[in-house]
Design a binder for this molecule. Sequence first.
Ligand SMILES: [Fe+2]
Length: 195
Amino acid sequence: MKGTILVNNLTRLMAKDEVTYSHSLRLGSMAKIMANHLRFDEEQKENLIIGCCLHDYGKIFTPEKILHKESALTSKEWEIMKRHPVIGARLLILENVEQEIIDVVKYHHERIDGKGYPYGLKGDEIPNYSKICSIIDSYDSMVSNRVYRKGLTPLQAREELMKHSGTQFDEFYVREFVSIPQDRLESRDKIALRR
Ligand SMILES: [Fe+2]
């Protein structure tokens, strides 16, 4: 059931935007590594992986000219882009997906200091899986090349996570993530290289 929803929704995302689709697959791969590192049980692991794979699912309703824009977004375009966590969560509610998975999607852009979106939640108001998703989402974005910039090295990206630990990111989960040896994150890098 969960597997079918995951495949169907990822297929929709792939049809809409291949960059977001491959980013989502890499997040699923890193979520698995993080869940194993944190010794999650099978159900916890499954929910974290599915939540991370579908974190940007709401972007299927983001206009393509905004999704693929290579220059800075205008404030109006940015407001539209920022709707994707709520849209994704609403779509998954309609499919009777578990609340833990929906929460990853809904809160993955919240920040520990309350400066995130869409709700401005602070600290432990943010669910743990969303805190993890935020870290691996940012890591993947930082190390990925974009048309307008070259990605950071894995070491630089880890330093950025640590620099913003306690403000943007949860301190405990950043510490755990950066303690994972780089070679264990290799599966993520292999997916990235196929892009
Ligand atoms: Fe997102």
